[in-house]
Write a protein that binds this ligand. Structure first.
Ligand SMILES: Cc1cc2nc3c(=O)[nH]c(=O)nc-3n(C[C@H](O)[C@H](O)[C@H](O)COP(=O)(O)OP(=O)(O)OC[C@H]3O[C@@H](n4cnc5c(N)ncnc54)[C@H](O)[C@@H]3O)c2cc1C
Length: 459
């Protein structure tokens, strides 16, 4: 039971904003991106600085409150909010400093990938993030982080150089290879289990204008297109990333009208090698049958990273399931060819992220992210703004996943898990799980940080 005097003291010590039930902003502040999540935390703190984060961690621990950490709010399981507890909302902590000489960026925990792109692009530099600019750098990079730059530069977590964190006992620590290396190891894939990261330091890469975009083929060619893609990507240089997808063409610009609302399959391409080689590298994609839509060309990197933003507006209802695959075997292709063509609407779809290239050059024990031997990370997502349509979409996602899972590599990328139980979490970390449990016991023995794909402290 939290008494009023301790709340008053807590509130008086904050520089940021404390939002409680009855406050004008409470309704908006309690929600995360996924409109299927309907939770009512007791306290939401829009932290202004590290001191606020420390105060929140201490208050939640001392008062026995459930604690959520929210960056971009995109976690589909809704861990960024809770019932009756406290939410550390990092929304206002958006400070960014680019160091162009050393090719690094320091970005506070409230930044999205769009914020990072905005800061780095003028220097002709980019960080390896995801494929939607409104996703938070926090949840994505701590869980791993796949996107348009995975094959050239690895996962987002592979590019983490250091992290300013507040641990469960309210202490401030800078974790890196040299300082608290165990914690640093765990942060790279272990999600929000270990600390609140107040600022991330990422390595940057010389990426300004890329050659890429979407190339879609007729859905009748689904199986052939996937078989072509698996050969293509296996032989492509690391400078090329291509995410395979089953999607529905959005009914609007820039797509031609005859394709609106049509089911399609194709690849979303990002080539960061020498511009004069780009046309040659992507030529096989164009030569594999005539594309229904060829959107490939030079473009600023941030434009590609914003291309899917409209598919996931705040409050959209979202249900997803994911699985790793070692190879795109004929069995896997057959499942996709059966279910992929029935993506229900232009907000929904299937993405198959390649996680080879630079991501494979990191050994599975080098970071908490274990699946270095998987070639692909697959996610099936059913989205709608109409609640009455969701049971149908969920059934499609589940049937698809049930057919695919027997051929999977075992676990899932933790950021594509919803509430799927401990077994799936353990399977996702495999051999790294016991070490993660040890580190959890050292840094968070009371499991204060448990609103996540939870790693239980050992013992
Ligand atoms: C539209 C959409 C697109 C996506 N695209 C991709 C993609 O391209 N690639 C990819 O890899 N994943 C992708 N994802 C999955 C994404 O990585 C996860 O949803 C991730 O959790 C989102 O991070 P967030 O900060 O926005 O979420 P939040 O809901 O704010 O945070 C999720 C969890 O991460 C932890 N966390 C967040 N910030 C911090 C912090 N500063 N310190 C400690 N813990 C923290 C907490 O446990 C929190 O509950 C996508 C998800 C959506 C909904």
């Amino acid at each position: 039971m939290v008494v009023d005097t301790s709340v008053e003291q807590f509130a008086a010590g904050l520089r940021g904003q404390l939002i409680q039930q009855g406050d004008a902003e409470y309704e908006k502040a309690r929600h995360v991106m996924n409109g299927m999540i309907d939770r009512r935390p007791r306290f939401i703190v829009r932290c202004a600085d590290v001191a606020d984060v420390m105060a929140c961690v201490n208050f939640a621990r001392e008062e026995g409150l459930v604690l959520s950490i929210r960056g971009g709010g995109h976690n589909i399981a809704g861990f960024g909010t809770n019932d009756g507890g406290l939410v550390i909302d990092l929304l206002r902590m958006k400070g960014i400093r680019v160091d162009p000489a050393n090719r690094t960026v320091h970005a506070q925990g409230g930044c999205t990938w769009g914020d990072v792109d905005h800061a780095t692009h003028p220097f002709g530099l980019a960080a390896a993030g995801g494929v939607v600019s409104t996703t938070g750098i926090g949840g994505l990079s701590l869980g791993g982080g796949m996107g348009h730059l995975t094959r050239p530069f690895g996962l987002a977590c592979d590019n983490l150089i250091s992290a300013d964190v507040v641990t469960a006992d309210g202490q401030f620590v800078v974790a890196s290879e040299k300082e608290d290396p165990d914690l640093f190891w765990a942060l790279r894939g272990g999600g929000g289990n270990f600390a609140v990261v107040t600022s991330f330091e990422f390595g940057l890469h010389p990426v300004g204008t890329i050659y890429g975009g979407p190339i879609f083929w007729s859905i009748d060619k689904a199986a052939e297109a996937m078989k072509f893609y698996r050969e293509f990507i296996a032989n492509a240089p690391d400078e090329l990333n291509a995410i395979f997808g089953f999607l529905v063409v959005a009914p609007g610009e820039p797509f031609p009208e005859h394709l609106h609302n049509k089911n399609t399959c194709g690849a979303i391409v990002c080539y960061v090698g020498p511009p004069e080689k780009a046309e040659d590298v992507v030529r096989p994609l164009r030569e594999f049958g005539p594309p229904a839509l060829d959107g490939l060309g030079p473009m600023p990197f941030p434009l590609l990273q914003q291309a899917f933003d409209d598919m996931s507006p705040p409050g959209i209802l979202d249900y997803e399931k994911g699985d790793f695959a070692t190879e795109l075997t004929d069995d896997i292709v057959a499942v996709h060819a059966k279910f992929g063509p029935s993506v229900p609407n232009f907000l929904s779809g299937v993405l198959i992220f390649p996680i080879n290239g630079a991501a494979h050059r990191v050994r599975k024990s080098d970071t908490a992210w274990s699946y270095r031997d998987a070639g692909f990370s697959q996610v099936i997502f059913g989205l709608d703004d109409d609640p009455s349509a969701m049971p149908r979409h969920m059934e499609w996602v589940r049937a698809y996943y049930d057919a695919l899972h027997p051929y999977s590599a075992g676990g899932s990328y933790v950021n594509f898990l919803m509430d799927e139980g401990d077994e799936r979490i353990v399977a996702s970390y495999r051999d790294n799980y016991p070490r993660l449990q040890e580190i959890k016991r050292k840094y968070d023995p009371g499991n204060l940080f448990r609103m996540n794909q939870n790693i239980k402290p050992s013992g």
